[in-house]
Design a protein around this ligand. Sequence first.
Ligand code: B1M
Length: 223
Amino acid sequence: MSEIVERIGICIERGKVNKSSPYPGDMANQDGADELTKQALEANIGPDKILSACNDGMKRIGEKFSRNEVFVPELLMAAKAMNAVMAHLKPYFQAGTVKVKGKFVLGTVAGDLHDIGKNLVAMVVEGNGWEVIDLGVDVKTNKFIESIKEHPDCIVGLSALLTTTLGNMAKTVTEIKSQFPNTNVIVGGAPLSMDAAVKMGADGYASNPQGAVAFLNERLKSN
Ligand code: B1M
């Protein structure tokens, strides 16, 4: 991995947003995720490589959190640094595709505030020609139901990052499928698996945004 990409991953892990950010103290006056991402893209480093380094950084801070070496404020700074990277990457994922394929209603399920992965899914799906209706985080079942009523031909995507919110995800899937049996539902997020998705009654599971795109395009073909 090139040095600059490695440094971006470190900025995510340490929560170094940009040069003017005083946090963390030992990185004061150094370039942060914001400046380094800009430099990496100018040096023609691919957005996928940058994202992969960010995910590694997130994984490392998550492991530190599990070991009680860092706490929620550090996770929040990591998320802020990741958002600074994503702001630069967005145009690459959304580049010039006309949104004609269909509508994708997407949200993080009730009780869950994690949205970085969901936002990545939104960006990539949008970049692949779908209109994304992003309902945000902590989305209650009823909000999904109302959105399906508004966009009856949509496909629905649910994201969850907490094992404790998988129950809410399952309830939402059940309710959607009972009211709208023909609406396709795909689920994703770190604690999920194909097995869990099938048990919930979802039509599909993806471990990453590309998998979500593949599912959507497949459903388009079969309709
Ligand atoms: Co939280 N958190 N967090 N957190 N956090 C995790 C998830 C955790 C694994 C950390 C750990 O213990 N090691 C742990 C969950 C344990 C568990 O349940 N198994 C955890 C915890 C416990 C918590 C709190 C409970 C902590 C507390 O308060 N004591 C709390 C819960 C708050 C709540 O939601 N109610 C909490 C809070 C937070 C912050 C708010 C501080 C912050 C989130 C900020 C934000 O999202 N805006 C945060 C963060 C940053 C993390 C970690 C470090 C990073 C998550 C992330 O953004 N990853 C995370 C540890 C980890 O994941 N290693 C952790 C990067 C992102 C690109 O990956 O989200 O997995 P991911 O998305 C991927 C795929 O999963 C997939 O595609 C994405 C791109 O590849 N994907 C889909 C996701 N959704 C999809 C949908 C699809 C398809 C694919 O189709 C619909």
